[in-house]
Design a protein around this ligand. Sequence first.
Ligand SMILES: [Ca+2]
Length: 83
Amino acid sequence: MSHIVREVDRPGSKPVHFWIGGNRLKRFEEWRWVSDGQRIEFFDFYKLQPNQDTSLCIVLWHPFKYDWADEPCTSSYGYICKI
Ligand SMILES: [Ca+2]
């Protein structure tokens, strides 16, 4: 993940959060990749994340040094389509 962070966190760039295409349909359900429905088997959530009932999508969260956080899927952030 460090190569992604280097790419999105360049000196002087505006801090932005990034969707990575992982979500779940309800709290306590499995996290899956939106692209193919595969179950996510590696997680990089920041401590105490995920932590919200209504946050069902995974985002690289800038204040957490781009560790993962759960956020409401309707929030407007940047996105990463393919690694
Ligand atoms: Ca959260």
